[in-house]
Unconditional design. Structure first.
Length: 158
């Protein structure tokens, strides 16, 4: 019986050691299926403006989660496990149109992929001249089918 316990302990130790020696594969990335079409669209719009943006090689994650911060609908986060992650608030996402979803994803990718900061400059009518507006300034966000091209041209100007 004593040998049986020793043998069992030996196997337990071997299994524990083998598990602890597993290689850390480093940060992983994941893009929610609902967000992927917007990531693809972002890369396509960049390519139309002669910019080669490969979000896969940049390992930028995209996820829909509840964001508990007040008045925050999206964010570009950086952590040890997620070096760059676009997070969109679930409640905002569920209630948004295609154009509204595109706006928030493109804005956050402006931070994560293009490394842009906020730009709250307005035109003479008070409209934001950049998709990179903070949303807390006095400029009016006017992202529509009519203004989309000009705002995307500005976004992809480095």
């Amino acid at each position: 019986m004593h040998n049986r316990i020793k043998k069992t302990l030996f196997y337990v130790v071997i299994i524990l050691l083998a598990g602890s020696c597993a290689k850390d594969e480093g940060p992983q990335y994941f893009v929610d299926g609902s967000i992927q079409p917007y990531f693809n669209r972002f890369m396509e719009e960049a390519a139309q403006r002669n910019l080669n943006i490969d979000l896969d090689s940049m390992m930028i994650s995209g996820d829909i989660r509840v964001i508990n911060a007040q008045n925050v609908i999206g964010q570009c986060g950086h952590t040890d496990t997620e070096p760059s992650v676009v997070i969109v608030d679930k409640f905002y996402w569920d209630a948004s149109s295609d154009l509204e979803r595109e706006f928030v994803i493109f804005h956050e990718l402006g931070h994560c992929a293009l490394f842009k900061g906020h730009n709250d400059i307005s035109d003479t009518q008070g409209n934001c001249v950049s998709i990179m507006t903070s949303g807390t300034s006095s400029c009016i966000i006017n992202y529509t089918a009519a203004t989309r091209e000009a705002l995307l041209d500005e976004l992809f100007t480095l």
